[in-house]
Write a new protein. Structure first.
Ligand SMILES: C[S@@+](CC[C@H](N)C(=O)[O-])C[C@H]1O[C@@H](n2cnc3c(N)ncnc32)[C@H](O)[C@@H]1O
Length: 219
């Protein structure tokens, strides 16, 4: 078990939470552990373990066939979503790192879902701007550079199918969002949270899952 990203949880309670969630399958387990050993200095970037089953749950809940992920890293969230989508679905994964996503590519192949994943190595805003216009996306996981969250949101919302979900990670930003004096990425997340609340195209909730998780649904 790795450290929780939720400061409200004791290690004991976090262990209990993990023990009462669906366990990671062997490929997911290997990927999470490999990230912590091979990329120990940046392993904190990895999406929290309990969010894998949550993403899979949500993908199944909405029957998502067209998914966009912004921020892939070593591909744990990608893998969790790809395994939960139908075999003929498509997941566009955006990242700028060949090195980190190479770890994911291996795991996706091992899990037999590589053909569902279209990895685009480029600044995510360029990738999103080049996507087809009009509503066609069922599900988004937003987990890249925080300063661009609002820009990503503006590209994605018009492309969301009615009932489609945008799930955004780190929306409490280590608790710093509650401080109006903060600058940098925490301030960008504050602006994002305000934008989400004010957007009447979407319904939204902000949850204290891991480092904060916003779930928004296209009306
Ligand atoms: C928090 S990590 C994503 C974690 C991942 N979702 C997982 O399951 O482990 C953020 C990722 O965003 C990527 N990133 C940062 N800035 C980016 C940008 N402008 N465009 C695309 N990807 C970016 C980083 O390379 C990094 O892999």
């Amino acid at each position: 078990m790795y450290e929780t990203k939720n400061p409200q949880l004791t290690p004991e309670l976090y262990a209990y939470v993990l023990a009462h969630n669906p366990p990671l399958d062997p490929v997911q387990r290997e990927l999470v552990d490999l990230t912590h050993t091979r990329l120990a200095d940046v392993s904190g970037l990895q999406t929290a373990e309990e969010q894998g089953p949550l993403l899979a749950f949500l993908v199944r809940l909405v029957g998502a066939r067209r998914i966009v992920e912004v921020g892939t890293f070593t591909g744990f969230s990608t893998l969790s979503m790809a395994q939960a989508m139908p075999a003929d679905g498509q997941l566009i994964a955006c990242d700028v790192s060949e090195e980190w996503t190479a770890v994911g590519r291996e795991a996706w192949a091992k899990a037999g879902v590589a053909d569902r994943i279209d990895l685009r190595i480029a600044p995510a805003l360029d990738t999103l701007r080049a996507l087809p216009e009009g509503p066609w996306i069922d599900f988004v996981f937003l987990d890249a550079d925080k300063v661009s969250y609002v820009a990503y949101w503006e590209e994605l919302v018009p492309r969301m199918n009615p009932g489609g979900l945008i799930v955004a990670d780190n929306t409490l930003f280590h608790g710093a969002v509650a401080d109006p004096a903060v600058e940098g990425p925490a301030a960008a997340i504050r602006a994002f949270n305000d934008r989400v609340r004010a957007d009447d195209r979407m319904d939204d909730v902000l949850l204290t899952v891991a480092d904060g998780l916003t779930i928004a649904r296209r009306r």
